[in-house]
Design a protein around this ligand. Structure first.
Ligand code: NDP
Ligand code: 8X3
Length: 246
């Protein structure tokens, strides 16, 4: 199951797990985009089930998960990917609405999915949660404040979950990408495409597929190997805030 499979890293994961021969439950909140990826992958022979819901809507999410048909109920891998940044402003000037959306999506949405899916994994003594954290969760960068805090929370929640499932064979991975060229910056800058394009100028950024490669590797590591955390930076990127552009 991949949340937010309609774009960027989630879409990359959908394609790479499909290439790996897996059956996919893809979730998203945009019906058209979800249908497009379903068509693309079923056309290549992958079995795909789609679920249309917003991860912030706990009732809708619960209904969708509880209503899964029998053959789709045993989820082996949950990629908690749906997430976003909104704004890049000093903490004392940020938008209350943007903060709320980031917290509701990146923290509470991820928790909702974890709470709904992991009990089945523990009961079956099999499963893997791959949370998409960020380099932004390792250290704050200027004006990143609330977004960085949500990704820091993803790290803490990943570490907490790993401890709590340690008596089972369930594995937990926190994948922390650096600069990945997706729709991320368009969203962050509320549709200012020029400002978004500048984020990736002068450096070869990562792609959704680059991150997906690591997710597929982690999910297919031998059962006794738990890839707990991976930081994936673009070459020429030193940290969340140090990027050498040429
Ligand atoms: P994209 O904007 O390309 O993709 C985000 C995906 O999440 C989209 O499918 C989007 O749906 C979905 N989504 C957002 N909010 C919700 C919601 N409330 N309910 C359901 N789906 C939702 O960005 P990325 O692929 O870059 O982002 C994916 C994850 O990777 C995020 O968690 C992000 O924080 C993280 N990340 C990104 C990095 C980057 O540099 N790009 C680096 C590190 C981490 P829709 O298409 O409908 O908007
Ligand atoms: C996304 C990458 O560095 O813009 O998490 O925060 S960054």
């Amino acid at each position: 199951m991949i949340t937010g499979a309609t774009s960027g890293i989630g879409l990359g994961c959908a394609r790479k797990f499909a290439e790996n021969g897996d059956k996919l439950i893809l979730t998203g909140r945009n019906e058209q985009k979800l249908e497009a990826i379903r068509k693309e992958l079923t056309g290549k022979g992958t079995k795909v089930h789609t679920l249309l819901f917003d991860v912030r809507d706990r009732e809708q999410a619960t209904r969708c998960i509880n209503g899964l048909p029998e053959e789709w109920r045993e989820i082996d891998v949950l990629v908690n990917n749906a997430g976003l940044a909104l704004g890049l402003e000093p903490e004392y000037e940020g938008s209350f609405d943007d903060w709320e959306t980031m917290i509701d999506t990146n923290i509470k949405g991820l928790l909702t999915m974890t709470r709904l899916i992991v009990p089945g994994m523990v009961a079956r003594d099999r499963g893997h949660v791959i949370n998409i954290g960020s380099v932004a969760g390792d250290a704050a960068y200027a004006n990143g404040n609330v977004y960085c805090a949500t990704k820091s929370a993803v790290k803490t929640l990943s570490d907490g979950l790993r401890l709590d499932v340690a008596n089972s064979a369930v594995r937990v991975t926190n994948l922390k990408p650096g600069l990945v060229e997706t729709n991320f910056s368009n969203t962050r800058f509320h549709g200012d495409t020029e400002r978004a394009a500048n984020v990736y100028k002068g450096i070869k950024p990562l792609t959704g597929e680059d991150i997906a490669d690591v997710a597929v590797y982690a999910a297919n590591a031998p059962a006794h190997v738990q890839i707990a955390e991976v930081l994936i930076l673009a070459t020429h990127q030193g940290s969340g805030s140090v990027i050498v552009r040429k």
